[in-house]
Design a protein around this ligand. Sequence first.
Ligand SMILES: Cc1ncc(COP(=O)(O)O)c(C=O)c1O
Length: 443
Amino acid sequence: MNDLAFDTPPNALDAFWMPFTPNRTWKQDPRFVTRAKGMHYVTPEGRKILDAISGLWCVNAGHCHPRIVEAIRTQAGQLDYASSFGLGHPAAFEYANRLTAVAPDGFNHVFFAGSGSEAVDTALKLALAYHSVRGEGQRVKLVGRQRSYHGVGFGGLSVAGIGPQRKHFGPLLAGTSHLPHTHDPARNAFSRGRPPHGGTDFADALEGIVAAQDASTIAAVIVEPVAGSTGVLVPPAGYLERLREICDRHGLLLIFDEVVTGFGRLGAPFGSQALGVLPDLICCAKGMTNGAVPMGGVLISDRVAEGLNAQPDGTTEFMHGYTYSGHPLAAAAALATLEVYQEEGLFQRAAEIATPWEEAVHSLRDAPGVTDIRNIGLLAAIEFGPAAGGGPARAKAVAAHCFESGVLIRATGDSLVLSPPLGIGKDEIGQIVETIRGGAARA
Ligand SMILES: Cc1ncc(COP(=O)(O)O)c(C=O)c1O
């Protein structure tokens, strides 16, 4: 294969403004990968890097899976693009049928988008439209949560709760409120799986928001079932159940942003199934196409679908859509990805390896600087205290060491976050943990 152009880093780096990256710093000491296969990236010098974060929580079946690569190639040669605005092509319908078959019971429709951010904005708009159609157009307020990440659209950013990501962008959507986050290291540090303390108390804060705003003005509550980007915050026992109860009591829709927890991360197709709590709308993306083609979507419960379908025949039920909704290449990649997940039993495999994974990550408890370890399914975070002498965040230094030692891990704030491919084995888990231990000893 002639791919010389991509095996050599370019000599001019200025033009590409990289996302969520300190560009000027990065470009003084750039890091490149030029190939990937299975669980590894390969650098231009030929160094193999174990991908302990599945790209960016998305390459759940491993890189360059031949089946997915082939499906994309074939589709590109057969039908490269067709709009889904009043025109059909088979792959999008076939995928919608297959996806809703593995979705939680009562989720029989999906609206396609091009990314997680678009999925979130779509879900928020679905919630507003649902209430409007039902004659409750005064329900326009949205509730998010501190420390949550819901992408970068104005809707998602408005309900998100990571201050530095919002600070340059003005007031955002009016009428948003935020629940407290659920990180409670004083009571829950080093919990395995769902932390035991605080679940119902944290969720009861929603009653406070309802009291302050009046339930009749609130459309929906959106949460990540497990908060990913902020550092893997696992919901305390009873938390999601109580949120569901309060939403039901007051007629609010509950949206789960499963962009990270979808597609096997918690050992089931969706986190809602693994955690046993069903929302009204589920946002997904990332693992949908194994990261190979951008795609997102919202799974729509029958309750919401029936609400919107109550409009007269001939009405466009939801006045929303993207040029790339149901894009043929994305749909083909997603179909092949779902087949790979099912035929290779990857969701089941993630469920089985979750206990050895938990054991392994918690063995880092005595590593220097570690103040908390959190895990659920094939997710984990290792939190570090501040560096001695107030130097740069310790987690960042450990992540840099890991990259030099052949393991890709992401640092977010004080935590390292881990989300390995679902087929990870015990040897690779051992490599990840020992590399972190080495990094912690040096940081
Ligand atoms: C929970 C969650 N929602 C939404 C998004 C946004 O997805 P995208 O970057 O595809 O727009 C992300 C991305 O990490 C995410 O983790």
